[in-house]
Ligand binder design. Structure first.
Ligand code: ATP
Length: 358
């Protein structure tokens, strides 16, 4: 299998700069996810790796060798798209066998390879069906099988689960990580779904406006976001951000509140900051030394949990609570803050502040 390294990718379409210096280092055998919102440049990055786009600048190395000038076929990468692109008149078996036939493999070899990949994807019973006789999820599995059977150098996957319903998506997430583990290949997987990224990836690269914001393990990106934007994009419940500054041993909010200064911050007095609090790191049920005064603004029941919106001055703080929580808007509340898990960003640049040890 393969390492994939891209360096300084630049790509414009007319006046739109899709990629503005993208550098990624995909380790051999990893499940590497490129995560970003619509228009971030994810598909363009994948197409550049595949050799389907001409670069304005930058390079692509496969297994350490410069492949920038290679044709897509020479690169030996398999691409799986969100549209399945199966041959409609052929059976699943023939669809999966197609890349092996193109390579002139013997029918014994083809039979063995198709059988193996069909077992891996649990699609043995579909092999005689045509695409029209299969559900979307089944077609997606066949498309995946067709990519897997080739044993390419690496797999490039562009939002392959997007067209599936939620239940199937969740199932396929687990399935894909299982397949990755049993195959041991290099996967570069593009998605705008941060849950998908956090649950599947060994490494995540967060992309915005054609620029890499951060690369790290899912835990690193979630726990130590490089900037305010990553902090807001990653996480099912958006991180709350409160304007503040450090004054001596206190954190003073623009809305008039005070908290003890987190011991881990080295921020200088008076510098405009944003305090970032994840909904699970604040509580309306616990008591603590560090609390913010607010009033209930709204309740959002999520089934197993309820998100409580608390108004702190003019700012809204989102708080995860038990689903049994009740209250009336306007009611005064005290929110306990876990300062060891809080984040501080420079208000101007949005960058995470340097920390002393936590
Ligand atoms: P999505 O999640 O919506 O697929 P993405 O992150 O994959 O988005 P890209 O498809 O890479 O984003 O597009 C990046 C930017 O480049 C967008 O602004 C898009 O409109 C533009 N773009 C991409 N391909 C072309 C093209 N062939 N012609 C013109 N503009 C393009």
């Amino acid at each position: 299998m393969a390492t994939v390294t891209v360096e300084g990718l630049h790509k414009s379409f007319g006046s739109v700069q899709a990629l503005n210096g993208v550098t990624l280092d995909v380790p051999d055998g990893s499940f590497f996810v490129v995560l970003g919102p619509s228009g971030a440049g994810k598909t363009t990055t994948l197409r550049c790796i595949a050799g389907l786009e001409k670069l304005d600048a930058g390079s692509v190395h496969l297994d350490g060798r410069d492949a920038t000038g290679d044709t897509p076929a020479d690169r030996d990468l398999a691409m799986v798209f969100q549209s399945y692109a199966l041959y409609p008149r052929r059976t699943a078996y023939e669809n999966i066998a197609a890349p092996l036939r193109a390579r002139r493999a013997s029918s014994d070899e083809i039979g063995a390879a198709v059988e193996k990949v069909a077992a891996l994807l649990h699609i043995e019973r579909l092999l005689k069906r045509r695409p029209a006789q299969m559900s979307g999820g089944e077609q997606q599995r066949v498309a995946l099988a067709r990519a897997l059977v080739r044993r390419p150098r690496a797999f490039l996957m562009d939002e392959p689960l997007t067209n599936l319903d939620l239940k199937l998506r969740v199932e396929m997430r687990t399935e894909l990580t299982r397949i990755h583990r049993s195959l041991g290949g290099t996967f570069v997987y593009v998605t705008n779904d941060q849950v998908e990224a956090l649950s599947m990836a060994d490494q995540v690269a967060v992309l915005k406006d054609g620029q890499v914001q951060q690369v790290g393990t899912p835990a690193e990106v979630y726990e130590r976001p490089a900037n305010q934007w990553v902090a807001g994009f990653v996480g099912s419940t958006r991180m709350s951000l409160l304007a503040c500054r450090v004054e001596g041993d206190q954190l003073v909010g623009a809305e008039g509140w005070t908290l003890p200064r987190p011991r881990w911050t080295m921020a200088e007095n008076g510098r405009p900051l944003l305090l970032g609090l994840r909904a699970e790191d604040v509580s309306v049920e616990r008591r603590g030394d560090a609390t913010l005064p607010g009033e209930l603004y709204g309740l959002e029941p999520l089934g197993d949990r309820t998100v409580v919106d608390v108004k702190v001055g003019k700012e809204i703080l989102r708080v995860k609570a038990r689903s049994t929580v009740t209250g009336t808007p306007g009611e005064r509340l005290s929110v306990a803050v876990d300062l060891d898990r809080a984040h501080l960003f420079d208000a101007e640049s949005g960058l995470t502040l340097a920390e002393s040890s936590r």
